[in-house]
Design a protein around this ligand. Sequence first.
Ligand code: GDP
Length: 202
Amino acid sequence: MQINKAQFVCSSERLSQLPKDSLPEFAFIGRSNVGKSSMVNMLTGRSGLAKVSGTPGKTRLINHFRINDSWYLVDLPGYGYAKASPQMRASWTSLVGGYIAERPSLVGVVIVMDARRPFMPADEWLIHFFSDKTHVRQLWLINKCDQISRAERAKVLAAAQKRARETGPHIFVQLFSGLKKEGVEPLQETLLSWIDPEGRLA
Ligand code: GDP
């Protein structure tokens, strides 16, 4: 996939602020430091694009980027902060939960995990959070796979695929390394295979 245009569109702290058009969208989420910003930059070929999501004040917002004027890449706020107050958790749940429940143009969610420690409690919590949303596809993207050996990669992938099969047909699994630029095209291909050429949901 050729990305010709990638633009930051808006940051939303309330559902009423989300873009009003209905371009198909893919949401990215992961524990902090899992490599999500690097991945967004890699995917769009624009280093620095995701920086905006990391600036203070923006980390708890939903950030929309319009790609090729035809779909949105959505950076969702982090979750599972050990030190988060009940109030912060409640506001995350209402914002992200509301977004997931009320966004018909949401095609899929990319849950980014660390290959060295996939399925941490915070990852599990998120997967559970999406468990009744079977209309939204999930890609479990196992990042930083450069940090583990070939044999370990095969093991991690097989275990994740087994779990995906047990969870449902809407779950997909891929390995990725932002550092080594591995898995970029397969990731793009998976996302685009979920929408048809006219932009409708496949
Ligand atoms: P975010 O908090 O999830 O947005 O994570 P960042 O994209 O800011 O990355 C967190 C750290 O992980 C940084 O030090 C990156 O250089 C590093 N990182 C990102 N992707 C990879 C990767 O594929 N492999 C390795 N080894 N490190 C990575």
